[in-house]
Design a protein. Structure first.
Length: 142
């Protein structure tokens, strides 16, 4: 890894470093909002670009046939979303990272599931559920 960002759960039982990226993605789907308690903002990280410093409290929940979600089993922090196919990137929740300023949102997905009580400013691709699922299917090994 070159330049890195540190991240961790609330209690510090899961600590990691990831390679830097200058963009974030946003998911508005019902499942992600229920899991995080709000809008899901994440940084995509290649599998080889995450290094664990501590992971003794990391646990995984299979939330669907194709994806799983990582969390701290001690403090309950939501940490990672990951497709199950080989080579899938890690979606690392932005709130767990010591992010620098100057980042931008690359895209929003599942926008047709977004509630009407918030809107994110800016001009970027905003994909519907159908568009998002088509893109995910194209990324899997199925």
């Amino acid at each position: 890894m070159t330049k890195t960002i540190k991240g961790q759960c609330l209690c510090g039982g899961v600590q990691f470093e990831v390679a830097t990226s200058d963009t974030l993605d946003v998911c508005h789907c019902h499942m992600c909002r229920r899991w995080t308690g709000g809008v899901f903002i994440e940084m995509d990280i290649a599998p080889d670009d995450i290094e664990f410093i501590a992971d003794q409290t990391l646990a995984w929940y299979d939330s669907s046939d194709w994806a799983r979600r990582g969390f701290c089993k001690t403090c309950g922090s939501s940490l990672f979303y990951r497709m199950k196919h080989e080579g899938a990137p890690w979606a690392v929740l932005a709130g767990t990272l010591d992010l620098p300023s100057g980042l931008s949102i690359r895209q929003e997905i599942f926008v047709d599931q977004k509630p009407d009580y918030y809107d994110l400013a800016g001009d970027r691709p905003r994909l519907t559920t159908a568009e998002t699922l088509a893109r995910f299917k194209g990324q899997s090994n199925d």
